[in-house]
Design a protein around this ligand. Sequence first.
Ligand code: NCD
Length: 323
Amino acid sequence: MTTPTIAGIEQYPGIEGAHILSAEQFVVDELPVLFGQADELHGLFVEDRRELALRHVGRHLFNLFYEPSTRTRVSFGKAALNMGMGVEFTEDAKTFSSAAKGETLEDTVKVLGEEYGFDAIVLRYHEEGGAKRAARVSQVPIINAGDGAGEHPTQSLLDAYTIHQQHGRLDNLNVVMGGDLAKGRTVRSLAQLLAKFDGNKITFVSTPELQMSEDVLEVLRQHGVKYDETDEVVDALEGADVVYWTRLQKERHASDVAANDASFILDPDTIIKLPQHAQILHPLPRVDEISELLDSDPRAQYFRQAGNGLYLRMALLDNILAA
Ligand code: NCD
């Protein structure tokens, strides 16, 4: 089998196929190509939806979700529909698929790809490593849409796309990441992606029990990325280019973990030192860690960021189907 060529994405070491499993796979120099494709597909969607809908007629996507999702599942589904693909899905697969009867992830994936002919499977799984397990047995591309507290690589791509739109670069940025860094898979993927670019500095803001895990810090050290850890929100935002905030991952902690206290809520008072050129991002869902008072601030870009996910995922599917 030849190495698949998805723009900006290398094959995952040791696993054949055009799978997207980890932010490790992203190739720094090629990401602008992928972003350009997302821009083009966005343009086509605006100009001529009917033409765009002829692009992948007869191809089919399966959304296999073992955990709740709004944006990731719907944007992949809509991306496929926009390009003429058919979409089938299992929502809450733990309950509504044969997983409830004890079937393994591997058996489910084999049938969907090999036997039923879906062209790609978007998989959200409740345990770390789920996407890699699926990819090892799958004849068709597996896209990791979040594996427990592991990674969420396509989210980090749309985050990077949004950062690139604002700053025109992904290097030499002062990035502040806050909230639940211990269990948030989006910050884990984004930190690893930003580590591949030169000159980025990351400030992690959280309570001590929600700090970034050692495995990601080790990746940052290997790439020579400068990072700090603090619980002082107001001061951390001084000089930031990008603020990336996240919710407490309640479902992944023991029930006694303390919720972030009020000092971790971004609101007009806590962002007083944030520069005007900065952007505030959040993967969503937001719970209460960003005040709605910030929604009208031009720096608050989390809804546009979610919108970018649609076009970036169109570009990903377009590439995967061509691989
Ligand atoms: C995130 C996720 O599922 O990891 N949501 C998303 O995909 N946009 C973030 C979260 O659930 O907090």
